[in-house]
Write a protein that binds this ligand. Structure first.
Ligand SMILES: [Zn+2]
Length: 270
C-alpha cells in the first residue's frame, strides 16, 4: 500500500512516476503496478466511499506526440515518449553547446525560442539559428565526423575548423571582425562579441536587446553564408561587404522590430 499511495493516502499517477522514473525497467514496473491495483479500488475510490484515499489515476488524459491518450490505453511507446519529453525538454544541441563553451546550463531557452520563431521573420534566419542551436551547422570538423570530408582542417589556416574557428578565430575573417569591432565601438557597444552571443544571444531575456540580437543573427548568418559563397574560403570575397548588404536589406524588410537608435547608428557607421 505504501508503495502506491502518497503521504495523504492518495493513489496518484504522478506519485507513481516520481517513485519509479529512475528505475531502468520503469515502463514495465509502472504498468505492473497499475495492473496490480484491484478494479474494486477504482470503483470504490471514485465513488468516494473511502474518506482517506482519493484517486487520480483516471483523472487526466495524457498528451503524447500530439495525441490525447486515455490513461488506461497507454502502451509502452507512450510512456517512452512522455518520459523522453520530460527528461529532454531542452534540445540535445544545447547540451553540446554548454559543454563546448564551458558554461553553466543555459536558462533562457524559452526567450531564445520566442526570439527565433517570433521575432526573426525570414525563414532562412530562423532555420540558421535553429541549426546553430542544434550544433549541426557543418564545419570541416563536422564534415570529417560525418565522413564527408577527408580532413577536419580549415582550408586557410590548416588548423581544426571547429565552431570557434568557423565563426570567430579564422584568419579569413580577420578583416571582417576588425571592421565590425571598429564599427561597434563607434556606436558605443563596448562588449566584445563572443561565440556564446551568436549562439545563445545577448541578454536574450530582455526585449530591449532584440535589436542587438537581430544584428548578431545577421552577423553570424553572414559568416555562414560567406563560407559557401567563397567555396569554403578558397575564393577571396569581402565578408564585410556581404554583411553590409545583408544588414541593409534586412532593415528594409523587417517591419516587426522597426528602426531604433541602435540600428540607425549601425547603418550610419557601416
Ligand atoms: Zn581558418
Amino acid at each position: 500500500m505504501n508503495d502506491i499511495t502518497d503521504e495523504n493516502g492518495r493513489v496518484s499517477q504522478d506519485y507513481l512516476i516520481e517513485k519509479l522514473k529512475n528505475k531502468i525497467n520503469f515502463f514495465s514496473e509502472f504498468s505492473r503496478l497499475k495492473k496490480a491495483i484491484p478494479k474494486e479500488w477504482y470503483v470504490q475510490l471514485s465513488e468516494e466511499k473511502s474518506v482517506k484515499t482519493t484517486i487520480n489515476i483516471k483523472k487526466e488524459n495524457i498528451i503524447s506526440a500530439g495525441r490525447v491518450i486515455d490513461m488506461d490505453k497507454l502502451v509502452n511507446k507512450d510512456f517512452y515518449n512522455i518520459i523522453k519529453n520530460k527528461v529532454f525538454i531542452k534540445p540535445i544541441g544545447i547540451h553540446f553547446w554548454t559543454t563546448y563553451l564551458d558554461i553553466q546550463d543555459f536558462q533562457n531557452i524559452t526567450d531564445l525560442y520566442e526570439f527565433i520563431f517570433k521575432i526573426l521573420l525570414e525563414n532562412k534566419l530562423k532555420i540558421f539559428r535553429w541549426k546553430l542551436l542544434q550544433f549541426i551547422i557543418p564545419t570541416k570538423s563536422h564534415l570529417f565526423k560525418w565522413k564527408i570530408s577527408t580532413d577536419r582542417l580549415c582550408n586557410v589556416c590548416k588548423v581544426e575548423e571547429d565552431y570557434d574557428h568557423f565563426f570567430m578565430s579564422c584568419k579569413y575573417l580577420d578583416i571582417f571582425w576588425n571592421k565590425i569591432n571598429e564599427m561597434l565601438k563607434k556606436v558605443q557597444f563596448e562588449n566584445n562579441i563572443r561565440l556564446q552571443h551568436l549562439v545563445f544571444g545577448y541578454k536574450i531575456f530582455d526585449k530591449e536587446y532584440f535589436h542587438l540580437n537581430y544584428f548578431l543573427t545577421i552577423l553570424a548568418f553572414t559568416i555562414y553564408k560567406s563560407y559557401y559563397v567563397s567555396e569554403q574560403k578558397t575564393k577571396t570575397i569581402d565578408v564585410y561587404l556581404l554583411f553590409k548588404n545583408e544588414f541593409q536589406r534586412k532593415m528594409k524588410e523587417n517591419k516587426l522590430l522597426g528602426m531604433n537608435s541602435l540600428f540607425n547608428h549601425i547603418l550610419n557607421k557601416l
